[in-house]
Design a protein around this ligand. Structure first.
Ligand code: URA
Length: 432
């Protein structure tokens, strides 16, 4: 087999065989195929697409390019979730303990973030002592003991994706549904759970700009998961404004705690309850979404969800005493309010701009090697649909580096204010 023939086939819009895809991924993994040939094939895939069978073959070859976790020693059905990423997305920190407190095993592998704010692991590591470096054996033991564990992505999980993603990033070949779907699903499948909930976001702060694109990506990922024998569902959720009110790391942990205690923002609480209901139904813990919603609500009200959070953080080395005073936990050297410069109603918030502002305050990484200020970030007081009067605070910026006029201007610039009232848009557009 020759790589040049495989590239030519995709250039001519032909369907690749499983063997051809396997040949490519083997060569990517053992570095026998040069980057220029992989880049060429990637671009042909971006332009000419792949059918679901090819996408599944790509996903499977990538999944098998490295370690695959064996979670069979964990009792019962294991559930996992994945978000395609957005601004203020701390959903896993609530969904994990909430679902585990209902008696369903949550075994999750998470990543660090690049850009905007940190990933789930960066957020959790803002709790002193919390660590994600568990061996497979420790991970399995912990999930069996307390029902939940979150670990970092192991060094040899889907090495082909690490190679290809780095190449896609610099060759303009990220934006392709088969490439995104196989990249995400190969990692989720290698992480070993039986059921996967995908939170596919669309809008300004997301990978997918429109609901139609998010639906298409979700449909392909569900099809791949099903072909691989997994139970996969997806929520399509709106990322045209940040999720909840907190964007950062420690301040997102704080918002997650408040949500687990029943005092979270309404949009974020709704997403967590709906997500929990789907995961409980996937794991056959309940027989309907309504029953799942009721159970999840009860677990928040009766304190079980928060108790599970504490057990989990403590099992992974987190110092719970630092969470006793959340004001101290989130305190930074500098704070500054973003103040409304007009009166009216908020019609839109550019989620990406808010995310970039949080990053500029220190909450995210512009490059892989940047370090994060765990306490930096933004707390929003107003969101789409709210009214505002000139001089009113819209948000507070937090940082351990001096906050500049340009940070305040960037945050203010994210708000689109008009004179006419407007209602807020639904957070969850659909569940597949
Ligand atoms: N996230 C991934 O893991 N892979 C992609 O291709 C896009 C987003």
């Amino acid at each position: 087999m020759r790589m040049i023939d495989i590239i030519g086939k995709k250039r001519d819009k032909l369907v690749l065989t499983d063997q051809e895809i396997q040949f490519w991924i083997d060569g990517v993994t053992d570095h026998t195929i040069p980057d220029y040939q992989s880049s060429s094939l990637l671009m042909a895939i971006v332009l000419n697409g792949m059918n679901n069978h090819e996408t599944k073959a790509l996903c499977k070859a990538m999944m098998l390019s490295g370690d695959v976790l064996d979670l069979s020693a964990i009792h019962g059905l294991k559930v996992d979730k994945h978000s395609t990423g957005g601004v203020g997305d701390k959903t896993s920190i609530v969904l994990g303990p909430l679902v585990a407190s209902c008696g369903v095993a949550v075994a999750k592998m998470s990543g660090r973030g690049l850009g905007h704010t940190g990933g789930t692991i960066d957020k959790l590591e803002s709790i002193e002592g919390f660590h994600v470096e568990l061996s497979e054996e420790q991970f399995v033991q912990q999930v069996n003991a307390i029902g939940i564990g979150i670990i970092g992505q192991s060094g040899n999980l889907v090495p082909a994706d690490k190679e290809l993603y780095a190449l896609r990033d610099v060759t303009g070949t990220v934006a392709s549904i088969p490439l995104i779907a196989s990249s995400i699903m190969s990692k989720k499948l290698a992480a070993g759970s039986d059921c996967i909930l995908l939170d596919v976001k669309y809008g300004d702060g997301a990978f997918m700009q429109t609901l139609d694109e998010a639906r298409e990506l979700a449909t392909v990922m569900i099809a791949i998961g099903q072909l691989m024998g997994k139970q996969v569902n997806a929520m399509l959720s709106n990322m045209n404004q940040p999720l909840g009110n907190a964007i950062g790391n420690a301040i997102e942990v704080r918002e997650a705690i408040e949500t687990l205690q029943g005092n979270g923002p309404q949009d974020f609480t709704t997403l967590c309850l709906e997500g929990a209901a789907i995961m409980l139904l996937q794991a056959k813990r309940v027989e309907s979404l309504e029953e799942g919603l009721d159970l999840a609500r009860r677990q928040i009200e009766n304190g079980e969800a928060y108790a599970k959070f504490e057990a989990w953080i403590s099992a992974q080395g987190g110092n719970l005493t630092v969470l006793e005073d959340l004001d101290v936990f989130c305190r930074t050297r500098y704070q500054a309010d973003v103040v409304a410069d007009a009166s009216g109603f908020i019609h839109d918030m550019k989620a990406m701009e808010i995310g970039l502002c949080a990053m500029n305050l220190g909450a995210g990484r512009a490059t892989k090697t940047d370090s994060i200020d765990p306490k930096a970030g933004i707390v929003l007081y107003k969101k789409v649909g709210d009214s505002l009067t000139v001089g009113e605070p819209l948000a507070t910026l937090y940082s351990n580096r001096p906050i500049l006029e340009e940070h305040l201007a960037q945050a203010l610039n994210a708000y689109v204010v008009e004179n006419t009232p407007v209602s807020s848009t639904a957070l969850i557009a659909d569940v597949l």
